[in-house]
Structures are given as structure tokens and as C-alpha cells.
Design a protein around this ligand. Structure first.
Ligand code: SAH
Length: 470
């Protein structure tokens, strides 16, 4: 380790910046947040510096650097455009044992400035010791995406809780209390913005009632999106990385499951997977059972949990069992498939609304309101309708839709093997079966389906053309 990382308290300390250009301005922007007493020396600085000086935020000397500028300085940043001048100032600083950074000249610097994430009071610094600023930036971006947006507020909240925690008997009890908060549902709720829920959990923990509460574990219903793992939300990713147990649908691709914590238990509860959890009742029981054991359970569903996902039923069961739950939405198949097929679901010229409909018939054989769906000027998306494309197209035409109304079937949407077949209500069923599309697939009916021809972008030279010309 050639450098020693520290956090330097600069409050009211004199910091000298030599230079008045863009680079110096960027450093000034950072240093301003520390409450340092900043002096800038530059003969012709950018107007920003003069504005700040006029507002009393910095001292500005409109002249060349002189050695006396170093008097009393605790830190020096050098950013003039002249390398020799920079080095001379660095040498003078070193001679007076003042830490100095020459921007973009590591050799002349006694300290370097890391890439940082500032979620005050949480600060993350990343350095590659000058080997690769690009790598440092990328690392910072990844960490940035991983850290909850409210991590700084979380730190402040934890500090505020210290007061109440004083009534816990000893330091061991206090540490356990904070561990339970940080590792558990309380902190998770807090960073998700459920401040009241977090407060309540913290109070329960403090009162020692959390353990006797009906369930210590909790269930998060997570939307996994339509297939492409990059369509997971940041929240979904975090939930997967925090999970002890993941109960997932058969539709959730392996690439999504790969994002989960390595040692999380994965249980497939897909209907076609046979074996365990093949009925909704059994899935509910599994969720409750794992949560009761104090685990963080993620119920991972394709697309969005509240769109044909039976998410509501699962939450009702959890509520009855008095198990804490939360929901993370996902990109629903209609949105994902439409985007990746270049079919805008609404369009000022063609569709003023969109309806999501279950294309299959449920147990009691109820049919959708075909007359309403056949209305012009709207888009209809049929989920779970691959086996019934013929039936759906025929009913729509029967109830007044034009035979020439465009339609598209998208299979394995957003995935590498996505297939799109377009036609009209008169032709779509035959084209779909000729292309031998496999589930999962959805059917989009409406003028907008014709836009696929001009707006397609994903896997653009794909089996569509083959299927249509076949
Ligand atoms: N909750 C899910 C839908 C579950 S129902 C969501 O919001 O997307 C399952 C149906 O979703 C499938 O029968 C199919 O119609 C559709 N579906 C899911 N993933 C799909 C994909 N990648 N491509 C096409 N259709 C998909």
C-alpha cells in the first residue's frame, strides 16, 4: 500500500487552491462541502470564482502565486496550466510539510484525491493509485448503484436512535440492538422510504417485543421483469442480494437468479415444475413457513407481481399470518415486449389507451368483454394467450374489429431468442402457428402493431422476416 487512506477534517482550516480554470473549479466544488476556509490564487479566474468571492464564500487573490500564500495552509491543490509552475509550488509545499496535490501529476503530489460517493455522512472513496482513473470511475459507478440512495439518512437515523438505546443495559445489548436494525427489516424499510415502518420496528426491538411478535422474518414480492436480467430494478437487485430464501416462478430465467446472493436457497415453485409448491395454497404455506423461521424471503415473479402474478393473493395470505411484507414492482411483459419489439403501446395517432387482458380462460370459463376490447383507437395486450390466438382474433372480429387490424405475437420477449410475428386479425393465428412460437408469448392487437416494421431494433434481422416470407 503506497498510500494511506484517511478522512481529513478540514473544517475552518486554510486550504489553498492555485489556479482559476475548470479543473480548479471542480476541486473547489468538492472542498466547499468540507467547510474549509478556501483561498484561491489566480490572475484571471473563471467568473464562478469571482461570484463566490463576492458572496464571501472564498478568498480570492487576483494575481500570480507567491510563496507567502502557503502561510498557514493545511492543504494545497495546484491546478495552473503550467507544469513547471505547478511543480515549483509542490516543492515549496513539501519543504514546509504541507500536503499537496498537483492535479494530473501524481509524481509531484504528496496525496491524491480518490473518486468518491458522497451521501453525507456516508462517504465512499475509491482509488487505483493513479493506475487507471477510468477503472476508479467505473468502480464508483457500480458502488453508487449498489448503495441505497438513503444511506446517508440511514446513518443519521441510526445516530438519532443512539439516544433511546441508552436505556439498554450494556454495550453488548446496544451492539446487538443496532445489528438487528442494520441487518434486518428496520434498515431495509428505512432505505426504501418507509420511515414509519422502520421506526415501529426499531421501537419493537427496543421494547424487546420483536422476538415475541408473530413473525420476525418478512417476505418481499419482487418483480423480475420479462427476462432480460438488466431490466431488474435496483431495488430488486438489492432484495435478491439480501435474500435468505428465494421462491421463484419457472419463468424467471437463470440469468436473473444468478444475481442473487450465492448462498441463498432457491426454490422453484413454478406450476409446471411439478413437485413442491405446485398449488397456490402450497406456495402461500411455503412463504409463511420460511418467514416464520426468521428468514428474509424473496418471492420472485416474472414481470410485475401485481399483473397476472397472483401477488395480491399471496399478500392476503401473509397478512392473515401476520407476516411483514413489501412489494417491488417489475417491468411487466407487455412493457418489456413492446419496447423490445418497437411497438409503442400508446401513440397519439393510433391508440389512446391500452388494456392488459388474460388471454386464457380461467376455471369458471368466463370470457372477456369482447365488445369493449374490439373498440377502435385502443391497444389490447393478451397475456397467456398463445394457445388461443385463433379464438381471440375470431371473437374480436365477431364483435366489430376490422379483419385488417394489425396484431403481433412476441415470444421470449427481451431475451436473445425473442421472436416477433406480425400480421392482422385475419392472418395472425396462421402466421403464429407457422412460426412455431413457444411460450411465453403475448399478443398485441391494435394499429400500433404495424409500427414494428419501421421501429424494430432488437435482434432486428431475426426470425420475423423468415416467418413472414415462409
Ligand atoms: N406477472 C407477469 C405475467 C405473468 S403471466 C408480468 O407482469 O409480465 C405469464 C404470461 O406473461 C405469459 O403467458 C406471457 O403471456 C407473458 N410473458 C411473460 N414473460 C414474457 C416474455 N418474456 N415474452 C413474452 N411474453 C411473456
Amino acid at each position: 500500500m503506497d498510500y494511506f487512506p484517511v478522512f481529513f477534517d478540514l473544517g475552518s482550516q486554510k486550504v489553498l487552491i492555485v489556479g482559476g480554470g475548470e479543473v480548479a473549479l471542480r476541486k473547489l466544488g468538492l472542498l466547499e462541502r468540507t467547510g474549509a476556509a478556501i483561498t484561491v490564487v489566480a490572475p484571471e479566474p473563471l467568473p464562478d470564482f469571482e461570484q463566490r468571492a463576492a458572496a464571501g464564500k472564498i478568498q480570492l487573490a487576483l494575481r500570480e502565486f507567491v510563496p507567502e500564500d502557503l502561510d498557514g495552509a493545511r492543504l494545497v491543490i495546484v491546478a495552473t496550466s503550467r507544469r513547471a509552475v505547478n511543480r515549483w509550488i509542490a516543492t515549496l509545499s513539501e519543504a514546509r510539510a504541507i500536503p499537496v496535490n498537483v492535479v494530473d501529476d501524481r509524481e509531484a503530489s504528496s496525496f491524491i484525491v480518490p473518486a468518491i460517493i458522497d451521501r453525507d455522512p456516508v462517504l465512499v472513496a475509491v482509488g487505483t493509485m493513479g493506475t487507471s482513473p477510468v477503472l476508479a470511475r467505473r468502480l464508483r459507478e457500480r458502488l453508487e448503484a449498489m448503495l441505497p440512495r438513503r444511506i446517508g439518512e440511514l446513518a443519521l437515523w441510526l445516530r438519532a436512535l443512539r439516544h433511546a438505546a441508552r436505556r439498554l443495559r450494556d454495550t453488548g445489548a446496544r451492539r446487538r440492538y443496532f445489528e438487528q436494525i442494520v441487518d434486518g427489516a428496520a434498515a431495509r424499510r428505512f432505505v426504501e422510504g418507509d420511515i414509519q415502518g422502520a421506526q415501529r420496528l426499531a421501537q419493537q426491538l427496543l421494547a424487546g417485543t420483536a422476538d415475541s411478535a408473530p413473525a420476525a422474518g418478512e417476505v418481499t414480492l419482487v418483480g423480475a421483469g420479462p427476462g432480460d436480467p438488466e431490466l431488474l430494478t435496483l431495488k430488486a437487485l438489492r432484495a435478491l442480494q439480501d435474500a435468505d430464501v428465494i421462491l421463484h416462478d419457472r419463468l424467471v430465467p437463470a440469468a436473473v437468479l444468478d444475481m442473487a446472493r450465492r448462498d441463498a436457497t432457491r426454490i422453484c415453485v413454478g406450476k409446471a415444475a411439478g413437485g413442491i409448491g405446485s398449488t397456490q395454497q402450497q406456495i402461500n404455506e411455503l412463504l409463511i413457513e420460511h418467514a416464520r423461521q426468521g428468514r428474509r424471503v424473496v418471492r420472485l415473479k416474472g414481470g410485475d407481481p401485481f399483473i397476472f402474478g397472483r401477488g395480491g393473493e399471496e399478500l392476503e395470505a401473509l397478512r392473515r399470518a401476520r407476516i411483514a411484507f413489501s412489494v417491488i414492482p417489475g417491468v411487466t411483459a407487455a412493457a418489456g415486449c413492446a419496447a423490445y419489439a418497437g411497438i409503442p403501446l400508446t401513440h397519439r395517432d393510433y391508440a389512446h389507451g391500452v388494456t392488459f387482458v388474460a388471454g386464457h380462460v380461467d376455471g369458471d370459463g368466463r370470457e372477456p368483454d369482447w365488445r369493449a376490447l374490439a373498440k377502435t383507437g385502443f391497444t389490447t395486450v393478451f397475456y397467456m394467450g398463445l394457445a388461443r390466438v385463433q379464438h381471440i382474433a375470431a371473437r374480436l372480429v365477431e364483435h366489430g374489429a376490422a379483419e385488417a387490424l394489425p396484431a403481433a405475437v412476441i415470444a421470449h420477449g427481451t431475451l436473445e431468442n425473442q421472436q416477433v410475428v406480425t400480421g392482422t386479425l385475419a392472418t395472425i393465428a396462421a402466421l403464429t402457428s407457422r412460426a412455431n412460437l413457444q411460450s411465453p408469448a403475448l399478443l398485441i392487437v391494435g394499429e400500433v402493431a404495424s409500427l414494428h416494421a419501421s421501429l424494430t431494433w432488437f435482434n432486428a434481422a431475426a426470425p420475423l422476416e423468415v416467418a413472414q416470407s415462409a
